[in-house]
Write a protein that binds this ligand. Structure first.
Ligand code: ADP
Ligand code: MG
Ligand code: MG
Length: 250
């Protein structure tokens, strides 16, 4: 599904990613860990196509297609979802109306008509029920006065509605409390299937107690310096990152 080959990327002329290789297949959950400033959010942003990042070298293939020339929006339409670390408040636009617009825009990009209102309503009900979201929440203004947990709930709801092929959750800096952690983990576990893939970016191991990854990668200084299974996450929790730095001779 996703294949990243020797990816080098920079921001403001400063090289951040220095040769990333990563393959994510449908049905898999990958965790990316690593110390602060190692380039995790940059990698997420580059995959999603954020403009301020410059790809200097290498390739990002989605279902075999090089997506380098595609704008962030077009990547989203192809099924790439990046969670928002800093969600915007949109007073007067409800959680439901925001997602309706997003879904119809995606359909428009594919040359499809708007989703019939009846189908949309059915889908909203199903997903809300699956994620234990009550109706009152759905009519609230987007992110206005949302708690950390509510922001996460909205984010996971958006993900559920958009049914992305590749979901990237960057949780590094958001200081997830237990409530928010449970919402994210439940959501991911309920939504993952053999047809989609999830990349969870996290600084801490604790999220991975709830979302069990198939693979764990350690990003350090713009490179994936170690890959393993969930045991690697436990090892990092116990020993920190210093041993990895030593191992790679940093
Ligand atoms: P992580 O998510 O692993 O903490 P980041 O990808 O956020 O790491 O950052 C990696 C490095 O790139 C840091 O040194 C950071 O300061 C720099 N960086 C990231 N984004 C930007 C940006 N938009 N402008 C300038 N520097 C950036
Ligand atoms: Mg950071
Ligand atoms: Mg980050």
């Amino acid at each position: 599904m996703l294949e990243i080959k020797d990816l080098h990327a920079s921001v403001d002329g400063k090289e951040i990613l220095r040769g990333i290789n990563l393959e994510v297949k449908a049905g898999e959950v990958h965790a990316i860990m690593g110390p602060n400033g190692s380039g995790k959010s940059t990698l997420a942003s580059v995959i999603a196509g954020k403009e301020e990042y410059e790809v200097e070298k290498g390739q990002i293939l989605l279902d075999g297609q090089d997506i380098e020339e595609l704008a962030a929006e077009e990547r989203a339409h192809k099924g790439v979802f990046l969670s928002f670390q800093y969600p915007v408040e949109i007073p007067g636009v409800s959680v439901t109306n925001f997602i309706k617009t997003a879904i119809n825009e995606t359909r428009k990009a594919k040359g499809l008509e708007d989703m019939p209102a009846k189908d949309m309503l059915k889908m909203i009900r199903e997903k809300a029920e699956l994620l234990e979201i009550d109706r009152k929440f759905l009519s609230r203004s987007l992110n206005e006065g949302f708690s950390g947990g509510e922001k996460k709930r909205n984010e996971i709801f958006q993900m559920a509605m958009l049914e992305p092929k590749l979901a990237i959750l960057d949780e590094t800096d958001s200081g997830l409390d237990i409530d928010a952690l449970r919402i994210v983990a439940n959501g991911v576990n309920k939504l993952k299937s053999k047809d989609n893939a999830v990349i969870v970016i996290t600084h801490y191991q604790r999220l991975l107690d709830h979302i069990v990854p198939d693979f764990v990668h350690v990003l350090y200084n713009g490179r994936i310096v170690k890959s393993g299974t969930k045991e690697l996450a436990h090892e990092l929790e116990e020993k920190g990152y210093d041993w990895i730095k030593e191992e790679v001779g940093a």
